[in-house]
Design a protein around this ligand. Structure first.
Ligand SMILES: [Mn+2]
Length: 449
């Protein structure tokens, strides 16, 4: 991929010589770390830049950003590969650093793009948005190799940690003060287990997550000291802990689901669990504190303190949201459950809550979980599936919206997502009509089977 990176970097440097840069990046951990790597790189080059963090690239957003041309150079990171339709009539080049799949027939000479899918060996070059940005940055100056921890955080954020590609292995090698160890994927592995267990939302442990006495029982049962961290455990203690958690998660769980690689990194001069950093960045950004997330990545102590406050509040929201979701009245059908939380759960976390419940042993494999929560005059709808097999959730929601549109032609409902996670927004005053359409779609399929 080196050849492609070099060519891209050269073109970029030439084109941005006397121009300020506009970075547009995705709002998840990978997008935030991507933007942070670029920011640091441009700062070191003494270039002027600004950053915009977005949830997705809608036509409106793109139009607004493109107005900045030709005065500014536009760089997209961790997104835009799927938005090539909007770049068919460019007058000035744009630069894209991304790893998402793309339709290469839509490329043109104004679209300058670095993406592993476009290289000779996409499998070897597989990496995240932050990985692509890091390669770019390192090509500009080898001094930027010290930014590899950010690429590692992006890698964990996008879950590339288990089967490392060649490029990812290189990024790991570039990173000093990184330790990788096999173990149970409870985080943070660096702090007392009683804490990690109480706040454990992924894996979600019934009777333990959010349950102080439940945590004590588990630790007493395994004979593990209260203040030990995961990293302190002996092999024997580790296997006792795994058993105790497996018993509580039982049903359709497999050991592989809770075992993985722990990544321990020195960040702000302390040993941190990368999974924890990744979730912290994600929490800040999802709740709208993009600046805090980025300045935290750039090493600001002040941002760190603020990020920790936001993260603590987020964890509390999640744990209480989980409890509410468990107790709530649900619409249950064969193979599906609808949780209509209305205003009891924040819309920003309803998808996460559904993801957590989908990994809990409460529901059978293949069950579709639909979470709904109010967002001002709209309802946020999130769909998740239990396990790895089952219907394509994006299709389920698309069919639902088609049916719903037949009754409500004026709706603005639009679906996003993929096979295993999808979502949409609908008008709040059409709640009942939407649920009817949803039930119809979910039940139809049962008849077909
Ligand atoms: Mn990404």
């Amino acid at each position: 991929m080196l050849k492609e990176v070099e060519q891209f970097a050269q073109e970029f440097l030439k084109f941005s010589k006397d121009k300020p840069i506009r970075i547009i990046s995705h709002y998840d951990t990978d997008g935030i770390t991507s933007a942070s790597i670029l920011a640091k790189t441009f700062r070191r080059l003494d270039k002027k830049f600004s950053i915009k963090i977005v949830k997705g690239l809608e036509e409106d957003t793109i139009k607004k950003e493109l107005i900045r041309q030709p005065k500014e150079v536009i760089v997209f990171s961790d997104l835009a590969s799927g938005s090539l339709d909007y770049f068919q009539n460019l007058k000035e080049p744009i630069f894209i650093l991304d790893h998402h799949e793309l339709d290469s027939s839509k490329l043109n000479d104004k679209i300058k793009i670095l993406n592993p899918h476009l290289t000779d060996n996409p499998k070897e070059n597989e990496c995240t948005g932050a990985g692509v940005c890091y390669l770019f940055s390192k090509t500009i100056s080898t001094n930027n190799q010290d930014l590899s921890p950010l690429a590692i955080i992006g890698m964990i954020g996008d879950r590339h940690e288990s089967d490392l590609s060649k490029v990812n292995q290189q990024i790991v090698r570039d990173t000093h003060d990184l330790n990788i160890r096999k173990g149970i994927v409870l985080y943070p592995a660096t702090r007392p287990l009683r804490r990690a267990l109480e706040w454990s939302t992924s894996p979600y442990i019934p009777g333990v997550t959010g349950d102080g006495p439940g945590v004590q029982n588990l630790l007493r049962e395994t004979g593990i000291g209260y203040d030990k961290s995961l990293l302190d455990l002996s092999d024997d203690e580790m296997s006792k802990l795994i058993t105790a958690i497996m018993i509580r998660r039982a049903q359709h769980d497999r050991v592989e689901d809770i075992i993985g690689n722990l990544y321990i990194l020195k960040f702000f001069n302390t040993k941190e669990d990368v999974r924890e950093i990744s979730v912290l960045i994600n929490a800040c950004s999802r709740l709208g504190y993009h600046d805090t997330a980025i300045t935290y990545c750039l090493g600001s102590e002040k941002a760190k303190a603020r990020a920790l406050d936001i993260y603590t509040e987020y964890k509390q929201e999640l744990v209480s949201g989980l409890r509410i979701a468990e107790k709530m009245d649900k619409v249950r059908g064969k193979g599906f459950v609808i949780l209509n939380a209305k205003d009891q759960i924040k819309d920003a976390i309803v998808g996460t809550i559904c993801s957590m419940l989908s990994s809990s042993p409460t529901y059978e494999e293949g069950t579709i979980l639909i979470g709904m929560a109010y967002n001002e005059d709209k309802i946020k709808v999130s769909a998740r599936i239990v396990g790895r097999e089952g219907r394509n959730l994006k299709e389920v929601l698309e069919n639902t919206v088609t049916e719903f549109k037949a009754q409500n032609p004026e709706t603005i409902a639009e679906v996003g997502g993929h096979h295993f996670a999808a979502g949409c927004l609908v008008e709040k005053d059409k709640e009942i009509s939407f649920i009817e359409a949803l039930k119809k779609e979910l039940e139809i399929e049962i008849v077909k089977i």
